[in-house]
Ligand binder design. Structure first.
Ligand code: C2O
Ligand code: CU
Ligand code: CU
Length: 525
């Protein structure tokens, strides 16, 4: 039942290679140093070295994006060696690329729904890489599948229309086996989408719309990033650092005014899960999740945020005095046997990693200014259609995916990643609407949480079983869902356009790199 290669997928692979040869030809002509692939065979060089697409793609925004090594003064003493994305607007509104000061994170890319984006990615790190647009609904060839990696010095051309709802998306590398270390080294950035519906709500904007990327890291005595020790057991757990960074900075305090804020949180950590809560006991008001605004705000005492997931909070400080302080913290939770196993073994050298599920502070809030900006939380945030479970094409027999472990290796339905490999049960028909079920029932002694992510799609959560937690925000559109040990989840996903090969995987990046990732194939009927 394992390792089945499809004929049509082999054909696709062959196609890719032919494209590559053609592109190499363009490079030889000197039209495009390095060569963009695979779209270059559809493009020709314009007057000033511009890419003119033969497909007629006229971008509203044209951006160059480079991944390259650098260093950053993060602490007193030696600068920290990092890998970083740098972006520049070549054509269009210059404000669509926003740098995060003093951060290793890539700039925030901003787009409006319906806009056409061209991104000329150049890989200048000393190993193959490719960029994935996490959460964006783009064609397979634009999705940053690991089969499209480019070596150092080469480029990849992305051209796509932003079809997503307004929301907080992000980009990061996706080479097979090296996503964990590349993201860890600093390669990640936010991709914010706006739309007219969102703008009609009058949500906090400008300085009151704050992106907060949460990550954990470990540093040696020389301020250099520490990663895995090469210990299989540590890899089975995933990387856990000893300090929590927000937007690439340790010990962050956010100064706020006495008004409402929109806080966009991304868990950009490799494997750490947060159980978010306000230190002062206020409940969290959630207005958005992975795929944008919820239908209406929801309130939770705490919220789990697993790697890859986003939530947006409405936080109103208008009734707090100047000088008031609180913090966003992560409450303790039982992360499964492996969360503790990590702690036992210790991770590396002298550093003591914080176990998953430990009580930690993420960032502090301090009310520093009194302002008179009154905002009312809209009780209706967006339109969301009801889930029509019985309308799914496989309602009688939902697809089943079992998360398990075998031979010190996390698996999905007993399999690990194969670059072009697709099993029968991973083929879906273009135009179909399906129910998929994931079960985190395996692992035996080594049970662990797994955040499951689908590429190219936003889906809806129908329900869960075996749930021991209240901290899920399953109400909105999702692309990543957390399954605690023993939990099962039922999602609905529509494959209405974009045929081809897409990934689904665990977003614990060490699990992903070890092969807890598979392809699904959307086949044209
Ligand atoms: Cu954040 Cu395969 O993705
Ligand atoms: Cu993704
Ligand atoms: Cu996992």
């Amino acid at each position: 039942m394992m390792k089945k290669l499809l004929k049509d997928i082999r054909f696709e692979a062959g196609n890719g290679r032919r494209q590559f040869l053609k592109i190499a030809g363009y490079g030889a002509l000197g039209l495009m140093a390095g060569g963009f692939r695979p779209l270059l065979d559809q493009a020709a060089a314009g007057q000033h070295g511009d890419v003119i697409s033969k497909t007629g793609f006229v971008p509203d925004i044209d951006i160059s994006l480079v991944a390259k090594p650098g260093d950053l003064a993060m602490f007193p003493g030696a600068a920290t060696q990092i890998w970083q994305y740098h972006a520049k607007v070549i054509k269009g509104d210059k404000n669509r690329v926003v740098e995060l000061p003093r951060s290793y994170l890539g700039p925030i890319i901003k787009a409006h729904r319906g806009e056409k984006i061209r991104i000329r990615f150049t890989n200048s790190i000393p190993e193959p890489s490719i960029v994935h647009w996490h959460g964006l609904h783009v064609p397979a060839v634009m999705d940053g599948h690991p089969r499209y990696v480019v070596p150092q010095g080469e480029s990849y051309l992305y051209e796509f229309e932003v079809k997503n709802r307004a929301g907080t998306y992000w980009y990061h590398p996706h080479p097979h086996g090296r996503t964990g270390p590349q993201v860890y080294g600093g390669l990640a950035g936010l991709f914010l989408v706006s739309d007219a519906q969102e703008q009609s709500l009058g949500l906090p904007d400008g300085e009151y719309d704050v992106p907060l990327v949460i990550q954990d890291r470990a540093f040696d005595g020389d301020n250099q990033l520490l990663y895995m020790p090469g210990n299989r057991m540590a890899q089975m757990t995933g990387f856990l650092g000893d300090s929590i960074l927000v937007n690439g900075r340790p010990d962050v305090t956010l100064p706020v005014s006495t008004t409402a804020y929109r806080l966009r949180l991304l868990n950009g950590s490799n494997s750490r899960i947060y159980r978010l809560a306000w230190q002062d006991g206020h409940s969290l008001t959630i207005i958005g999740s992975d795929g944008g605004l919820l239908e209406k705000p929801v309130s939770r005492g705490y919220v789990f945020l697993a790697p890859g997931e986003r939530i947006e909070l409405w936080s109103d400080f208008s009734d707090r005095p100047v000088g008031y302080e609180t913090a966003l913290i992560s409450l303790p939770f039982d992360g499964g046997a492996m969360g503790r196993g990590m702690m036992m073994g210790g991770r590396m050298g002298s550093n003591q990693s914080i176990p998953n599920g430990a009580n930690v502070s993420i960032f502090s809030i301090k009310v520093t200014k009194s302002v008179n900006i009154k905002r009312v939380l809209p009780q209706r945030l967006s339109e969301m259609s009801a889930i029509q479970e019985t309308g799914a094409d496989n309602y009688e027999r939902p697809r089943q995916f079992y998360l398990n472990m075998g031979h010190m290796q996390w698996t999905i339905n007993g399999r690990v990643f194969q670059m072009q490999g697709v099993a029968d049960e991973e083929i879906v028909q273009l135009g179909s609407k399906e129910i998929w079920e994931f079960h985190n029932t395996g692992g035996g002694m080594m049970r662990m949480p797994h955040p499951i992510h689908l590429h190219g799609k936003q889906f809806r959560v129908i329900g869960r079983n075996g749930v021991r937690h209240q901290g899920y925000v399953d109400e909105g559109w999702k692309d990543t869902v957390l399954l605690m040990p023993g939990e099962g989840i039922r999602i609905q996903v529509a494959f209405d356009d974009y045929p081809g090969l897409f990934l689904y995987h665990c977003h614990n990046l060490e699990h992903e790199d070890m092969g807890m990732m598979r392809n699904y194939y959307v086949r044209k009927v």
